[in-house]
Design a protein around this ligand. Sequence first.
Ligand code: NAP
Length: 263
Amino acid sequence: MDLGITDRVAIVTAASRGIGFAIARELAREGARVFICSRSAENIIEAAYRIRAEVGVEVTGIRANVTSEQEIERFVAEVLNQAGRVDICVTNAGGPPASTFDEADLEMYRRAFELNTLSAIRLARLVIPEMRRNRWGRIINITSVSAKQPIEGLILSNTTRAALTGWAKTLSAEVAADGITVNNIAPGYTLTERQTELAEARAQKLGKTKEEILAQWAEQTPMKRMGQPEEIAAAAVFLASERASYITGVTLQVDGGYVRGIF
Ligand SMILES: NC(=O)c1ccc[n+]([C@@H]2O[C@H](COP(=O)([O-])OP(=O)(O)OC[C@H]3O[C@@H](n4cnc5c(N)ncnc54)[C@H](OP(=O)(O)O)[C@@H]3O)[C@@H](O)[C@H]2O)c1
């Protein structure tokens, strides 16, 4: 199937590693002109270089923190300056810290809302006018299975992802007639650098090995394995494609069957 996104201009935030990086690389493989950002200039330039070396196309890495209004405005302005348009916008960020109701103070909720909800809303406000002008656009928010099935001990993720999902569904209806689709991808346990680091930290705390912790996570999934970032990327690139033109307002789980609900 030809995904029909050759020469489309794509933004992927928080893409120096993990899921964001895998999505950026897959979009580049499909012929999109890709711009990526993260908080560290060194990391993001290195990531852009790695994709260029592997795929053989131009990818631009720019330092921008998704929680900073000025930095994200500058990032989008630079994309428009270099490419003249934005067609695809993948909103990704780091994850909020694990915590329970008793552990989380209001400041932690504010920070998590900034990182995982407002960051996507801010980007959409910048790119949707461009997409409207071109009567074509794709917004893909990377959320989490926690938006569908709250995860114990992750009250910040459970709260902010659900908020973003409600916002995205509302937005999808408001921009549908302009040729813009808005969808979410909800990853389950995915073997990224972050998950490996979390497993290491948890293993030390519990006196177990990293492998034992990773095996426990895999065991919670009907497929009995963790996902690969490339498996999330494949779904994201499909939703970003011409072929996904009649899909909007959905949350697609890419989770090996982790979410047990029917819808
Ligand atoms: N992996 C999973 O199992 C899983 C499951 C469900 C949901 N998710 C969610 O999916 C997202 C990506 O997860 P991941 O596992 O790929 O994480 P990861 O391996 O930790 O990668 C996070 C990326 O985000 C960048 N980043 C972090 N904070 C940023 C900020 N404020 N502004 C700009 N860039 C920022 C990091 O780069 P720099 O350090 O260079 O800034 C890095 O490139 C997270 O929101 C996570 O909670 C992950």
